[in-house]
Design a protein around this ligand. Sequence first.
Ligand code: AP5
Ligand code: MG
Length: 210
Amino acid sequence: MMHRVVFLGPPGAGKGTQAAQVARDLGVPHLSTGDLLRAAVAARTPLGLEAEGHMRSGGLVPDDLVLRILHERLDQPDARAGYLLDGFPRNLAQAEALQKFAEVDGVISFDVAPDQLVHRLSERRVCPKCQAVYNLSTKPPKTAEKCDRDGTPLVQRPDDRPEAVTTRLKVYAEQTAPLLEYYRKRHLLRPVDASGTPDEVAARVRRVLS
Ligand code: AP5
Ligand code: MG
């Protein structure tokens, strides 16, 4: 079983949805740089304030900020058993930096058609209090637009607005997609068909990991 895993894939591919369960199965923490950055934004830390504008527009946050926040998290004791990196690395510079400070056993890449990505993102809603993720068509809350866990009104992520989604897909194609070849060459790439229901995708991910 792999314990140092990277989830690579376009925005809306279902990385976060799958990562929560897979991390539990592997007994390792789920480290999403997007989640770490959003927590820094919500806490109004200096790093969060610097990251906020980049995130809102759909562009990448500068590498030095992302590396700083990830290093801090990887230093926590629970990351010694391994980690599931979700949304990192996102460009060649980050992949090269990662190679210097952490091992990777496998890179699961999520394949989904672009029109499905746009649809999934436009229907995503999140709880601003507990960060639970919903989807109006595929994972609706029990009560309209309210979190099942705490009843908080759901919101849309600022970068799920159409203009930001367009930018994120472009940034993915230009800066992140080259990592597929980078990891293929290193014999670490494990592509997974990420279309279909979350349960179908989970079964494919599990097969690749075992
Ligand atoms: P990040 O938070 O990483 O966002 P992302 O990569 O754009 O990916 P998403 O979280 O949008 O999608 P996901 O694949 O997790 O999909 P999910 O499971 O939620 O990054 C955000 C921003 O932070 C970046 O733009 C950048 O600014 C910054 N950042 C982060 N990391 C960085 C880095 N390393 N370097 C620089 N900047 C960085 O699913 C999406 C929706 O679809 C949900 O509603 C879900 O319920 C639904 N869904 C999931 N699976 C399925 C399915 N199989 N069928 C139908 N619906 C599904
Ligand atoms: Mg995510």
